[in-house]
Design a protein around this ligand. Structure first.
Ligand SMILES: NC(=O)c1ccc[n+]([C@@H]2O[C@H](COP(=O)([O-])OP(=O)(O)OC[C@H]3O[C@@H](n4cnc5c(N)ncnc54)[C@H](O)[C@@H]3O)[C@@H](O)[C@H]2O)c1
Length: 347
């Protein structure tokens, strides 16, 4: 009961599009043993569009796979009529096997923040983890769509792009920084202050994924337009720094994992719906973008339409208020620095 309703909540129209037996939506999670990786793997097992799950971590992935593999969500039947083996776990030395034939790779591998840390403080550890995983994707499954969760996203996405570029397999339509948690938080917090439902508060969040680079476009929604003054400042601050609330409350035990897993599964589902031919799937994500490229900022999060080949159309940011223009002015130089740092790491 729970499984069916949860799956529906994640993606209401999957059934319309999910009947093709030849479809390969094998999804790999790299970092599947972690705080995000485990619940994300569970939620992906619950997504009817995922035909097979491949779970990899330097520690613990076979156990997560054995556990998640017992969940009784629907199984896909392949073209020969066999039930596909749905969930496989791979140990530290089995990265290449884990990536064999995957359509989508989700990367939550790396260390999370402790109280007092910024996402950029994670750079030294996570940059090489993400680069090495990207090299493996380039070698084994160069056509895969890559969803980067590991922080700092503003730098790790350019690191993945540069690594794929070096290997001669970079396709900008297939690389995404997952900024969905900012959208989820913005919708939840706006609904909270306006006494409405998050479903009525689908906030577009543009820019990047860290503090001042997170720019919520509240003025584009009727519920958001009415917020002004101190209330507006407090709401924007909470959206930009909501992650700190979780880091502080977890008191050294990590950062957002459950809400992030939810957001990661939500974005993965949007991508799979687009890949599956559904039209009109639009959501913010951090991609190689022309919007501010003339200012040397060639990665940017804005609304993106997802289609059968990944990025189909990058939407402009649209009309914004004077306050949002100020937020954007604060975002751009910081974002530029983060992107350049990522590129320099691979150069
Ligand atoms: N994009 C976002 O909105 C967002 C939100 C929250 C957290 N994060 C980021 O996600 C990352 C993971 O967070 P977490 O809480 O799950 O951390 P965690 O420490 O609980 O889990 C990370 C996992 O990565 C694994 N790992 C480390 N190196 C690896 C490698 N080379 N290959 C495969 N797996 C490897 C670890 O063994 C561990 O299981 C962090 O960088 C965190 O900052 C991003």
């Amino acid at each position: 009961m729970f499984a069916r309703s949860a799956a529906r909540a994640l993606q209401p129209s999957a059934r319309l599009f999910s009947s093709s037996a030849s479809r390969n939506f094998k999804v790999a999670v790299l970092g599947a043993g972690g705080g995000i990786g485990q619940p994300l793997s569970l939620l992906l097992k619950n997504d009817p569009l995922v035909t097979s799950l491949s779970l990899y971590d330097i520690r613990g992935a076979p156990g997560v796979a054995a556990d998640v593999g017992h969940v009784d969500t629907p199984s896909e039947v392949c073209s020969f009529g066999h039930i596909m083996s749905e969930v496989n776990g791979y140990a530290a030395d089995q990265l290449d096997q884990a990536l064999e034939g995957v359509k989508v790779v989700v990367i939550p591998a790396g260390v999370p923040r402790k109280p007092g840390m910024t996402r950029d403080d994670l750079f030294n550890t996570n940059a090489s983890i993400v680069r090495d995983l990207a090299s493996a994707v380039a070698r084994v499954s160069p056509e895969a769509h890559i969803l980067v969760i590991s922080n700092p996203v503003n730098s790790t996405v350019p690191i993945v792009a540069a690594t794929l570029e070096k290997a001669g397999v970079f396709n900008p339509a297939r690389l995404f920084g997952v900024t969905t948690l900012d959208v989820v938080r913005a919708s939840r917090f706006l609904a909270g202050v306006t006494g409405t439902q998050p479903s009525e508060c689908n906030v577009t969040v543009v820019g990047g994924h860290s503090g001042p680079t997170i720019v919520p476009l509240l003025s584009q929604l009727s519920h958001g337009k009415s917020i002004a003054g101190e209330k507006y400042d407090a709401l924007v601050h909470r959206i930009q720094f909501g992650g700190d609330e979780v880091v502080k409350a977890k008191d050294g035990a990590g950062s957002a994992t459950l809400s992030m897993a939810y957001a990661g599964a939500k974005f993965a589902n949007s991508l799979l719906r687009g890949l599956n031919g559904e039209k009109g799937v639009v959501t913010p994500t951090f991609v190689k973008s022309p919007l501010f490229a003339d200012q040397g900022i060639d990665f940017f999060a804005s609304n993106v339409e997802l289609g059968v080949d990944g990025v189909e159309k990058i939407h402009p940011i649209g009309e914004i208020s004077a306050e949002e223009k100020k937020l954007l002015d604060a975002c751009l130089p910081e974002l530029k620095k983060n992107i350049e740092k990522g590129k320099a790491f691979v150069a």
